[in-house]
Design a protein around this ligand. Structure first.
Ligand SMILES: CC(C)(COP(=O)(O)OP(=O)(O)OC[C@H]1O[C@@H](n2cnc3c(N)ncnc32)[C@H](O)[C@@H]1OP(=O)(O)O)[C@@H](O)C(=O)NCCC(=O)NCCSC(=O)C[C@H](O)C(=O)O
Length: 355
């Protein structure tokens, strides 16, 4: 028998054989396609606690039965960030395993809440838009509407619309207008207010008071959170794989050496959940309502530290419980060089001070 493990022979064999490909390229998606994702995942207590502990989401209602009961839950529920990350993770093999960067997401909602551990997740996605990238000929831009359902009841537990850059099989000619606009628009951005106000505490009333104070002056309610989380092998590779996220961006250093990031990068949902964990540690969260206009601005890699900045946009008395009001925040995750890496708006019910 031929000794195929002789290095020269093996190199020739590797060049000549077909590669059994994984994932899809831009050309494989068409508007209106519906994809039922084969991987499923049971939302376990272990998965939930691993996600929450590593992203510093330590709200006791998700960890302790007494704290859960006090917040109206039957038991510590599945954290919405873990549910969102698991819903997306299951879709990766079909949608983004080829190596497309996660650019943004909007309309993240939880129609059936709370969700408890032991629930089996079944996920489907519909292609809602396929666009040419005007700046990157080797990529297209694809958006999908995704729904994560309870496999037993069919209830939608988490839904959102996500956009990724997806590699093309064949690069196309582009007009380069995206890159040109970015270089030459000369826009310095909006001016900052004269003053920044931080709420005194983390209750609903603290946000209302701070917004009222800001209204009287040229001020904004905005502050940074002290905690940071340096990215390591667990956050970069283990957490995405625990959600069945097979994107090579998170665990294949060899392939990623030749990519725009040059190395493996943190799963967008880890970056975002970590920043949200920092923000939540400075507030009295009651329930998560939803997330919009999420964008990933630049890569986060092993050794980078994820910090968070919060701007309070609005506070309204209406909420699902009299114990809470509703607050809309803009959260910005940033790195050790103060570069924004993620931004998005979040609407959450925040507990009122008890009388
Ligand atoms: C990915 C980048 C390196 C691209 O940078 P750059 O080339 O400078 O271009 P732009 O950032 O302007 O964007 C490229 C085109 O994409 C469009 N875009 C950008 N954001 C959105 C959005 N939210 N929705 C729709 N379209 C968007 C721009 O308009 C550009 O279009 P065009 O001009 O026509 O070409 C850089 O953006 C970057 O580094 N981003 C961070 C990416 C990242 O780190 N994501 C998280 C990690 S990857 C991941 O989590 C994968 C995940 O597992 C999964 O599988 O999804």
């Amino acid at each position: 028998m031929t000794e195929w493990t002789d290095p020269d022979t093996f190199a020739q064999a590797l060049e000549q054989v077909e590669t059994k490909e994984k994932g899809n390229c831009f050309e494989d998606f068409e508007d209106g396609d519906v994809i039922e994702h084969d991987p499923g995942l049971t939302l376990t207590q272990f998965g939930n606690e691993s996600w929450m502990s590593q992203t510093l989401n330590h709200d006791p209602a998700y960890w302790r039965h007494d704290a859960a009961a006090e917040r109206g839950f039957d038991e510590p529920p599945v954290h919405p960030d873990y549910l969102t990350a698991a819903t997306l993770g299951i879709t990766v093999e079909d949608l983004s395993e080829k190596g497309g960067y996660f650019l943004g997401r909007t309309d993240v909602r939880f129609p059936t809440a709370p969700v408890y551990t032991g629930t089996e997740l079944h996920v489907e996605s519909e292609v809602v838009n396929c666009a040419t990238s005007s700046s990157r000929p080797e990529y297209g831009i694809v958006s999908w509407r995704t729904r994560g359902k309870d496999a037993e009841t069919g209830d939608v537990l988490c839904s959102y619309e996500r956009t990724n850059m997806i590699p093309r099989r064949e690069p196309v000619a582009t007009d380069g207008s995206g890159a040109a606009a970015a270089e030459g628009d000369g826009d310095d951005g909006p001016e900052l207010p004269d003053e920044f106000i931080a709420p005194e505490g983390g209750y609903y009333e603290d946000f209302v008071d701070a917004l009222e104070e800001a209204e009287d002056e040229n001020a904004a309610v905005a502050y940074r959170h002290e905690r940071g989380r340096t990215q390591d092998d667990v956050t970069v590779a283990s957490l995405p794989l625990s959600t069945l996220n097979t994107a090579k961006q998170h665990h294949n250093v060899d392939v990623m050496a030749d990519s725009p990031s040059g190395s493996i990068v943190t799963y967008g949902d880890v970056t975002r959940s970590t920043a949200l964990g920092h923000a939540r540690s400075d507030e009295e969260t009651w329930r998560e309502v939803g997330f919009d206009d999420e964008s990933f601005h630049t890569f986060v890699a092993v050794g980078d530290t994820v910090y968070a900045f919060t701007r309070v946009l609005e506070a309204k008395a209406d909420a699902s419980s009299e114990e809470a009001g509703t607050v809309t925040f803009e959260h910005i995750a940033f790195n050790q060089d103060d570069e924004p890496v993620y931004s998005g708006t979040r609407t959450a019910e925040i507990r009122k001070r008890s009388n």
